[in-house]
Ligand binder design. Structure first.
Ligand SMILES: *Cc1c(COP(=O)(O)O)cnc(C)c1O
Length: 764
């Protein structure tokens, strides 16, 4: 496999006609003669701005001139520059070979802390360029070998072999595609390597995912070490599947389980599949529709026992004797709220047998001290005594994984070790017998990338970018003075030390007044009321941007800007946001962020403001939207905002959407019993006006926010029916802005109107 990893030479004389220039170019030529690429630049500055260039280097040769030294006691600028550059490289990369090139007497000027980081000092004019180049190339090659994690390395070796295959996939390393024009196009688009490396589990030298052996097994071990776990299982079908594996390993029919009410669909699917009986922990919400944390008090075993007593499905259970099988907590809510997992472990160790943190959005936290105890498994943290800890993480969401790359991490307790054979029974139930090897490779590579110090640097960069963005938004706000601007949800006051990093405690959900005294309540920045100290924090890389129109108490102001209009506008201007609520939308600073990418967003938001203030005609600023919804064509941007805002205010939609989630959700039967009615065709499609008191067989999920409102077996209450009616009226009056509710069935009525139904347990 031919990779392009040049040896980078930095010498201010690289293009000069003096002896030093001739010497360094002779070295460059000798390296090139060996078939290695050279990138020659004349200053550190040429390189230090380009992180991607730096990570592509297979070695550095840094030249330093004798004339650059003075006789004085102060350190010379040349040495300082050299040190700064080496520090910058080493911040991310401990392994890449670094050489200094200079005259022999120069080496004596170099302080120890620099010499220590070097692979060698190249004595100008003493060894032949050929000799020196061979040495550098040997080190560069061994470095490139060294950084390959086990599975990816084996895959490279296999693809390089170019052996002919008689096994599946049937496209035979891509050859099948070449036999048709559209196949040719696919082949050219994805490239030969992707198809040649698309192999199957008949290739023994790569190991077996389903058995966790060979190179794949080694990679899983390597990832477990990197993520501070005792076990790691790569999963090639997303954290949706990781969650189901954990559940099928730990939960049986009739078991009591404790679940975050705002969990991901896959957890609800797990409840249905396993036949568990859930008791739910209810998160707080503020009126912006931002989902807050579950209060500390809900995690007390006594509070959980009270819920068990109240649950009509558990009338036959003795709450004092029940040991819940699992707790699943969304660790990092969609809006970025985290829990102190040590505190949860302390509260529930021994009471709940398995503690499962759904860290789909949090695989980065283990790599930076900024996150403290606000993630499931940390370096140098003790284990639980009795309960086993699981974390499931979407490698593809915030790390460098391709779609569906995920893993299950397990940490044994002092008392209980994971039985890997038994766990694998659940693993096999949910894994294809033809796993996608490029996903496995990306799990392997993403883990290796996060190995400190590289991973720490990557996470730090995204935090720093996120904080810079927040500061820039503040600055714009100050410049506008009394005029309106968008706000970023988060603490009013966050500091940063010298290198731009904030302090963890600024991001904890509490409130301090001007004198530094802690207060809390509705007036706090988060709006979740009283928060236990040190229990929750906001992950600053998740930024919720709040649009004007709704205050934190849920009051509508005269004018307002519904967030959906902003995100539609942004999409037409090339900025796609992650999620949109009523008066807020959400962006993330992943490790894929580039410096200042948020500048584009900031500029687009300013353009939006400008268009809004001028009431710019929609056909001009949102042509695609107008094409889809011609009825708004004649309006201006401000008119449209006002139109939708007035509708929201008329129906008091913020209150309604908060209340439906906080309303009483009564279970009539277990989720799996209700779901069984589908398989047995014992369901009835009920019009939404007639839903009150009926039992749903499906998940009912409004988008936004995409959090299930009702789960199979629960009863439609009056509030929810009111909400569904409202939504129908709203869709009629305000097309293009309706809430999409998954789980409802739409049909066309006699007069072309849309009718909505929900599938319920049949009554007869
Ligand atoms: C996205 C998500 C999942 C599912 O992850 P996929 O990798 O998309 O299957 C599970 N839990 C939470 C909290 C999520 O946000």
């Amino acid at each position: 496999m031919k990779f392009r990893f040049p040896i980078v030479i930095i010498d201010e004389d690289f293009r000069s006609e003096n002896t030093s220039g001739l010497g360094i170019r002779a070295l460059a030529q000798a390296i090139e003669a060996e078939g290695f690429e050279v990138l020659g630049v004349t200053s550190y500055g040429d390189l230090s701005q380009f992180a991607q260039q730096q990570s592509r280097a297979s070695a550095f040769v840094l030249s330093i001139d004798d004339e650059e030294f003075s006789a004085g006691p102060e350190e010379d600028a040349a040495v300082t520059n050299l040190r700064n550059f080496i520090e910058e490289v080493r911040w991310k990369n401990e392994d890449v070979p670094i050489y200094v090139y200079g005259e022999t007497k120069t080496s004596r000027h170099l302080p120890n802390d620099i010499l220590r980081e070097l692979h060698g000092f190249i004595h100008m004019f003493e060894d032949t360029p050929e000799f020196v180049s061979k040495h550098i190339i040997r080190e560069a090659k061994s470095y490139l070998e060294y950084i390959q994690p086990p599975f990816f390395k084996a895959l490279l070796d296999y693809a390089e072999d170019g052996s002919y295959s008689w096994h599946c996939p049937g496209h035979s390393g891509g050859v099948a595609f070449l036999k048709s024009p559209i196949g040719q196009m696919y082949h050219q688009f994805y490239g030969e390597n992707m198809l040649r490396a698309d192999v199957c589990n008949a290739v023994e030298e790569l190991g077996q995912l389903l058995d966790h052996n060979g190179a794949i097994g080694e990679s899983e071990k390597n990832a477990a070490r990197i993520f501070n776990a005792d076990h790691c299982y790569f999963v090639t079908n997303g954290t949706s599947t990781s969650n189901k594996m954990v559940w099928h390993h730990t939960v049986a029919p009739g078991d009591v389980v404790v679940v975050d009410r705002n969990c991901h669909k896959s957890i609800l699917h797990s409840i249905i599949m396993t036949g568990a009986i859930p008791v739910f922990l209810k998160p707080t919400r503020n009126h912006w529709g931002i989902i807050g944390p579950i209060q500390h008090s809900e995690f007390e075993p006594e509070a959980i026992k009270a819920k068990i007593r109240e649950n009509p499905l558990l009338a036959d259970y003795d709450a004092d004797k029940v040991q819940p099988r699992i707790l699943t907590l969304t660790q990092s809510t969609y809006d970025g709220v985290l829990y102190n997992t040590e505190e949860i472990k302390r509260l529930l160790d021994g009471y709940v047998e398995n503690l499962h943190f759904d860290e789909a959005w949090l695989p980065h936290a283990a790599f930076h001290p900024f996150y403290g105890q606000y993630h499931a498994m940390g370096r140098k943290r003790g284990r639980t005594k009795h309960s086993v800890t699981y974390a499931t993480q979407s490698v593809h969401k915030l790390l460098a994984g391709i779609s569906q790359a995920s893993h299950v991490l397990v940490q044994d307790s002092e008392e209980t070790k994971l039985d890997r054979h038994l766990f694998n029974e659940a693993y096999l139930m949910h894994t294809s017998t033809s796993p996608q090897y490029s996903i496995i490779a990306s799990c392997d590579v993403a883990a290796a990338m996060m190995e400190p110090p590289g991973g720490t640097a990557l996470v730090e960069e995204s935090i720093v970018e996120a904080l810079d963005f927040r500061r820039a938004m503040r600055k714009v706000e100050e410049e506008y003075g009394n005029d309106w601007w968008f706000r970023v949800w988060g603490p009013e006051d966050f500091r940063s030390d010298g290198d731009g990093m904030g302090r963890t405690r600024d991001w904890e959900l509490k409130k301090t007044d001007a004198d530094g005294v802690e207060t809390s309540g509705d007036d706090s920045w988060h709006g979740f009321g009283d928060m236990a100290r040190g229990f929750n924090m906001l992950d600053p890389i998740k930024a919720t941007i709040i649009t004007p129109g709704l205050d934190i108490e849920g009051h509508f102001s005269e004018d307002g800007i519904p967030a959906s209009i902003v995100s539609k506008y942004l999409a037409e201007h090339g900025v796609v946001v992650e999620k949109t609520g009523l008066y807020s939308f959400f962006i993330m600073f992943t490790i894929g962020i580039t410096k200042g990418r948020w500048n584009t967003l900031l500029a687009s938001l300013q353009q939006f403001k400008d268009g809004y203030d001028k009431n710019q005609p929609l056909w001009r600023c949102m042509p695609e939207f107008c094409e889809a919804q011609p009825r708004y064509e004649k309006m201006g941007l401000k008119d449209l905002c006002q139109h939708v805002h007035a509708m929201y205010a008329k129906y008091d939609i913020a209150r309604l959407t908060t209340e439906i989630y906080l309303s009483d959700h009564q279970p009539r039967m277990t989720p799996s019993d209700a779901y069984a009615h589908i398989a047995r065709r014992k369901t009835e499609r009920v019009a939404i006006d007639d839903l009150e008191g009926r039992v749903t067989t499906s998940l009912v999920t409004p988008y936004p926010p995409g959090i299930p409102l009702l789960i199979p077996g629960e009863v439609f209450n009056g509030k929810i029916v009111e909400y569904l009616r409202f939504n129908r009226d709203f869709a009629r009056e305000c097309p293009g802005f309706e809430t999409d509710i998954h789980g409802l069935v739409q049909e066309q009525g006699e007069f072309g109107e849309t009718l909505y139904f929900a599938d319920c347990v049949a009554e007869s």
